[in-house]
Design a protein around this ligand. Structure first.
Ligand code: DSN
Length: 404
């Protein structure tokens, strides 16, 4: 049986030999890996910088203050909490800070590209709160802002959530903010998927149209697993800090916070701005190449880092296709297609593809066309293991050009 260290090594090799197209994944730098595996993991630091419950915090405090300062600079935020363990706890902390059980929140429906924590019935956000959803317009497959406005007036939510996990187009934060404020609701922008684009001006900024912004740190932001909660309102900042600790969490994972601080410093460099531009260029190149090969994309393209491939015209579901792609070392995830009544969560009729990870490896438009070619070859191969193995060999050779 493999030891844990052997399994870690095998996972590294697997990542090296696989085209990773999961829109929420990335590769962190060597410095971030060092922070994650450092002595910081030995320390308890309940509380916040300069106001802790245990002694021995001089270096911990300096790390947390640096992370907060860099997040403020990167996102133009006045108050930042860097302790949430990940995106779901970050959103839960916002709800604890702003809602009581039974209060109404309004978020983008999961099957329209929203996130579980935006009010899905299987999440605490949908179980403990009166979660109402808005969706897409059936003609454009883009957010139906008129429906959003109508539901906001009808249900008077306390919080309206903007943000996506599988929506390939720009979000009009200004319009959502105006709707929220017209009904006395707070606007929470969960920018987890697009935070790097927001930070570098490649997507419109939620501030000043949002009252609170959350983001995970491990997607396009290219940090370790964790989250930021940001606001420019002092009273909200106090409530959010109390909600994170002691509301829902104990001691922060300071090795992660150190990794986040390094990721934020990396994101403040001109190289990172070039990276986010290339992510968008690569997504567009991938979208065009797939459409040329006859694949339908939801909304017919992308403004951000992801595309949603509608497989209904291909007579294969996303579950089977993503497994076949994986056999050829192409890693994707199955995904629901908006308004598709035949697909199920386990067997939806789409796959989601994103370019943040492959762009980190240095891939450009040429490689995106090559990836579209491999994807189509896998489709043509059907379940022929011999052909899938041939494609896998080619993919591994292709990946050898790029070093983790
Ligand atoms: N799991 C993330 C994603 O893939 O979008 C969101 O939590």
């Amino acid at each position: 049986m493999d030891t844990i260290l052997q399994l870690i090594h095998k996972e590294k090799t697997r990542q090296q030999q696989t085209i990773r197209l999961i829109a929420s994944e990335n590769y962190v730098s060597e410095s971030i890996l060092t922070a994650l595996g450092s002595f910081l993991t030995n320390k308890y630091s309940e509380g916040y910088a300069l106001n802790r419950y245990y002694e021995g915090q001089e270096y911990i405090d300096a790390i947390e203050l640096q992370a907060i300062q860099d997040a403020k600079t990167l996102f133009g935020a006045e108050y930042v909490n860097v302790q949430a363990y990940s995106g779901s706890p970050a959103n839960l902390a916002v709800y604890l800070a702003t809602l009581k059980p039974g209060d109404t929140l309004l978020g983008l429906d999961l099957s329209s590209g929203g996130h579980l924590t935006h009010g899905s019935k299987v999440s605490i956000s949908g179980k403990w709160f009166n979660a109402i959803s808005y969706g897409l317009h059936p003609d454009t497959m883009r957010i139906d802002y008129e429906q959003l406005e109508q539901r906001a007036h009808e249900h008077s939510p306390k919080v309206i959530i903007s943000g996506l996990s599988a929506y390939p187009r720009e979000i009009d934060f200004e319009r959502i903010g105006a709707i929220a404020h017209s009904v006395g609701a707070l606007h929470l922008a969960d920018i987890s998927h697009i935070s790097g684009l927001v930070a570098t001006g490649e997507h419109p900024h939620p501030f000043p149209h949002a009252d609170i912004m959350t983001t995970t740190t491990h997607k396009i932001l290219r940090g370790p697993r964790g989250a930021l909660i940001m606001t420019n309102t002092p009273t909200l900042a106090k409530k959010i800090d109390k909600a994170v600790f002691p509301g829902i969490q104990g001691g922060p994972h300071m090795n992660n916070v150190a990794g986040i601080a390094i990721a934020l410093q990396e994101a403040l460099t001109p190289e990172y701005t070039d990276y986010t531009k290339q992510v968008k260029a690569n997504t567009q190149a991938l979208a065009e190449a797939l459409m040329q090969k006859g694949y339908d994309l939801v909304t017919g393209g992308s403004d951000n880092h992801l595309v949603l491939v509608d497989l209904r015209s291909k007579n294969i579901n996303g579950d089977i296709f993503s497994k076949q792609l994986m056999r050829a070392h192409i890693e994707t995830n199955k995904n629901a297609i908006p308004f598709d009544t035949l697909g199920t969560p386990q067997k939806p009729n789409g796959i989601r593809l994103g370019t943040p990870a492959v762009t980190t490896l240095g891939m450009q438009e040429l490689e995106m066309r090559q990836i579209a070619h491999y994807i189509d070859q896998v489709y043509q191969a059907g379940d022929s293991m011999e052909t899938l193995n041939q494609i896998k060999t080619e993919v591994i050779e292709f990946m050898n050009q790029f070093k983790l």
